[in-house]
Design a protein around this ligand. Structure first.
Ligand code: IMP
Length: 184
């Protein structure tokens, strides 16, 4: 696994923040919780691309009940560290979602804009239930109110990188989560 002591992207230095071991332990617990909560419901995980792909891959392998997976892709921040305030869908879900138990999978909820947009989109499909699981939540930054059923880690309002999360498309391949050095 790629877990350097620090990593530079553009002109910014990032340092370790949440270790591989901490992430793995939390995901294992979340998997057990999902097994209990979704027993006999055959939930469908919907990963919000690109950021959620590593979290979703690890999470699904800790889930032992029957389940399915699909993906949506939203427009991203571009190369910025702050939200542009606009969200659009770049790829829709292929699966039929009416009457299904949907679990939306996010890497991080920051302002809450993206997840609110996703929840609105999903509600239109008339699912039997709709829940959100996010690896990270920047609670202080969330200005669009949202209920998050499952949260891996509450983190401060600082820019993080790695384990699927990017800065200017870089750093997704890091095996743990890093934080901007001057924000720790
Ligand atoms: P929101 O719409 O402001 O809640 O932002 C959600 C999306 O912004 C996430 O799915 C990420 O793609 C991206 N994002 C927010 N904060 C960070 C961060 O600290 N590092 C990397 N990406 C982030």
């Amino acid at each position: 696994m790629f877990t350097p002591d620090s990593i530079d992207v553009k002109d910014e230095r990032f340092i370790p923040f949440i270790s591989q071991e901490q992430i793995a332990a939390r995901i294992s617990l979340m998997g057990k919780q999902l097994d209990r909560d979704y027993k006999d419901l055959n939930p469908i995980f919907i990963g919000v691309l690109n950021g959620s792909f590593i979290f979703l891959a690890d999470l699904m392998r800790h889930v032992q009940i029957p389940c399915e997976v699909d993906f949506v892709k939203l427009s991203s921040y571009g190369d910025q560290k702050v939200s542009s305030g606009n969200v659009t869908t770049l790829k829709k879900v292929d699966a039929r979602l009416e009457g299904r138990h949907i679990i939306l999978v996010e890497d991080i909820v920051d302002t809450g804009l993206s997840i609110n947009y996703m929840l609105d989109q999903m509600k239109a499909h008339k699912p039997a239930s709709l829940a959100v699981i996010t690896l990270l939540h920047k609670k202080e930054a969330t200005v669009h109110p949202v209920t998050l059923e499952y949260v891996g880690f509450e983190i401060p309002n600082a820019f993080v990188l790695g384990y699927g999360l990017d800065y200017a498309q870089q750093g997704r391949n890091l095996g743990q989560i890093y934080i901007l050095e001057n924000e720790k």
